[in-house]
Write a protein that binds this ligand. Structure first.
Ligand code: T4K
Length: 403
């Protein structure tokens, strides 16, 4: 373990890790069971189009979440697009800007304008108090995001949606297996969408699901994700191809079988980070409610440069040099990316908390691919860089001048 600043790779030392340590390294589960499932799928000659593995996956997810309906899709972005279309959203939809770009694109892709709302600096979720000022006669919905798996202020959003006759959807890409006030996420609003992308703690290589308790909506979503087909030769709706394939569902089912192990590994990793970073000032590990169910799939720290003495971006460079590929999720905020940035030039000034967080947040590696040794090393690099304070900054400056 490195003891001196001069040993850091950014200053010429040997990188701590020879192999890159990724955020979002997939959890695999039982390879043997997965391969058996894939073998059976190949033998069955049924590879897609609402096959038995997809149906089983949908049933398992619905039963875990406790929703009436679960419709699997090829990914969560397409799931969001279908849910948005099925809810007949148009005009403008209010979303947080501090989210993955897919939330905004899923709207814009179908000509609906995402209206960016600021977030609460503590929860990182859409701030209900900032929503009403953004509602116009063109607003048709609020699309909340349960960022990092922490539930939005659902009651406040429901109340605003009810009062203004708006639909309420949730991008729950991060929140599979999480609860809000004791109720599983997936049961709120008109519909919610989970992601099963490879980087998610439960994955189906690529995949998503739309969950809802509204049977009429579920029926429409089912049609829409399959070209609108209601019968073999009959199309009742405008639809696209949003289907999940059988091999993805096999991976999804295999992932679900290990869900408790994945969560317990994530929780253990989270606790270790919490303990090892506890005596460092200026770096704050975001917290999760002990009373809620939580997947702990994101280890998120906020760096306060005024206390840490070093910026998030410098820490990021230091970590990358050590082959620790931390991520600046979700820098710089959707409103600062195209096609939104050039359209709403002064938006950044209004989204103060988003701008602030986008400059402070760092996601650190977790999941089954890393263990206690890796986490200790990551924390030690952070400790060296932060306790070095001005000296670290001076050395980085000399480095930059020399190159
Ligand atoms: N809404 C929200 C709030 C989301 O966060 C997301 C997706 C969506 C909607 C849309 O869901 P999907 O349509 O994707 O189902 C990654 C994921 O690709 C993306 O699904 C996820 N959010 C986002 C937060 O993270 P990138 O651009 O960071 O991906 P990439 O390729 O840089 O991978 C992340 C890290 O994981 C890298 O260090 C490499 C590592 N990795 C990745 C893959 C795919 C692996 O080690 N193995 C792998 O197989 O978006």
């Amino acid at each position: 373990m490195k003891k001196h600043l001069s040993e850091l790779a950014i200053f010429g030392g040997i990188p701590t890790f020879t192999e890159k340590l990724h955020v979002g390294r997939p959890n695999i589960g039982s390879k043997q069971i997965l391969l058996q499932r894939i073998n059976d799928i190949l033998d069955s000659k049924w590879l897609s189009n609402n096959g038995p593995t997809v149906q089983e996956f949908e049933q398992q997810v619905a039963s875990l979440i406790g929703t009436k309906h679960c419709i699997a899709t090829c990914n969560a972005t397409t799931g969001l697009e279908i849910a948005i279309k099925a809810c007949e959203l148009k005009g403008e939809v209010i979303i947080p800007s501090f989210t993955f770009i897919a939330t905004a694109h899923a709207l814009q892709w179908q000509g609906i304008e995402p209206i960016f709302c600021d977030v609460d600096p503590l929860t990182h979720n859409i701030d209900p108090q900032k929503i009403e000022a953004l509602i116009t006669e063109n607003t048709t919905a609020i699309l909340g995001v349960h960022l990092w798996g922490r539930g939005c202020d659902v009651e406040a959003l429901e109340e605003i949606a009810r009062r203004h006759n708006l639909k309420l959807l949730f991008d729950a890409a991060h929140a599979f297996g999480c609860s809000y006030k004791g109720k599983m996420i997936g049961n709120f609003g008109d519909a919610e969408v989970f992601s099963f992308n490879a980087t998610k703690f439960c994955n189906s290589f690529e995949g998503g699901v739309i969950v809802t308790n509204n049977s009429e909506l579920a029926k429409k979503i089912r049609l829409m994700k399959n070209f609108g087909f209601s019968e073999i030769d009959r199309v009742d709706e405008l639809g696209i191809n949003g289907k999940m394939n059988e091999v993805s569902a096999a991976m999804g089912l295999t992932s679900l079988e290990s869900i408790e192990d994945f969560i317990s590994t994530n929780h253990k990793n989270y606790k270790q980070y919490q303990q090892e970073l506890s005596n460092l000032t200026g770096i704050n590990l975001i917290s999760y409610e002990d009373t809620e169910r939580c997947n702990y799939q994101y280890v998120i720290v906020e760096i306060d440069e005024s206390i840490a003495g070093i910026s998030r971006d410098k820490l990021y460079q230091i970590l990358w040099a050590e082959n620790i590929l931390a991520r600046r999720y979700f820098y710089p905020g959707c409103h600062q990316m195209e096609p939104y940035r050039s359209r709403i030039a002064d938006m950044g000034l209004m989204l103060t908390n988003t701008r602030h967080l986008a400059a402070r947040v760092l996601a650190l590696p977790t999941g089954t691919a890393i263990g206690t040794r890796e986490i200790s090393n990551i924390c030690q690099i952070l400790r060296l860089a932060i306790t070095g304070g001005n000296i670290t900054n001076e050395m980085l400056y000399q480095n930059a001048c020399a190159s």
